[in-house]
Write a protein that binds this ligand. Structure first.
Ligand code: ZN
Ligand code: ZN
Length: 229
């Protein structure tokens, strides 16, 4: 099994398909000093392992105050209710994906592909609009609405002392009518991300890309795959 990865000062990967559970997306942790923030929750059953990975970094999972759910898919949102119940963290998602999470819609959440049910989860903070900032402990997270893969997908940009990281889970797609995907929206979203100022890209399934030109090259390769540039 893969070990936790330190990406930048205070930014870690604590879950992934080859670290915690085969269905997990990449789960990122940000140390906000007095609190911890998680970016995505994985598919679910192995939140214990994510918790022990956090402890292995010398951090306390009980300090997770905030869970950003980048979109409604089960590999990202499946563990949300377990984290929320166990650690009392608040869940944050875009309002355009919140209903799917709260109602555990089998198609919109992609649960039908995993042959399991998403455990429904209340979304405490429903984001609306295209962009905003959220303060957690000593860190400020900028969220950017990036529709396309799902209607309410978001990316998150964080400045650290070691550089800026962009979390753009599932910017690679895929696009399915069951997800209400809209490829023309995705093209705009991907192009918007390319213009941001970041040094590292944290992807949802394909890991870490750096420096920025490599990350941009990766996003462009996703566009090329679908015939866009
Ligand atoms: Zn997805
Ligand atoms: Zn995913």
């Amino acid at each position: 099994m893969k070990q936790t990865v330190r990406i930048l000062p205070g930014v870690y990967m604590v879950g992934s398909s080859d670290m915690t559970s085969s269905g997990d997306c990449m789960v990122y942790l940000v140390d906000c000093t007095s609190e911890l923030a998680l970016i995505d929750a994985g598919v679910n059953p192995n939140i214990d392992m994510i918790g022990s990975n956090i402890r292995s970094l010398g951090l306390e999972p009980n300090n997770i105050s905030t869970l950003f759910v980048t979109h409604c898919h089960i590999d990202h949102a499946g563990g949300a209710t377990s984290f929320r119940t166990r650690y009392g963290c608040k869940t944050i998602a875009h309002k355009l994906d919140s209903n799917a999470i709260e109602q555990a819609d089998s198609y919109l959440t992609g649960a039908f592909l995993y042959r399991r049910d998403l455990i429904q989860c209340e979304v405490d903070v429903k984001l609306s609009g295209s962009d905003g900032k959220i303060r957690v402990g000593d860190k400020t997270f900028r969220w950017i609405h990036t529709p396309g893969h799902t209607p309410g997908s978001i990316a998150i940009l964080l400045n650290t002392s070691g550089g800026n990281i962009l979390f753009a889970q599932d910017i690679h797609g895929p696009f399915m009518p069951e997800f209400n995907s809209k490829i023309s929206d995705w093209v705009k979203s991907a192009k918007k991300l390319i213009k941001l100022d970041f040094d590292v890209l944290g992807e949802g399934h394909f890991g870490i890309f750096r420096p920025q030109d490599k990350a941009v090259e990766y996003i462009k390769s996703c566009l090329t795959r679908y015939g866009y540039r």
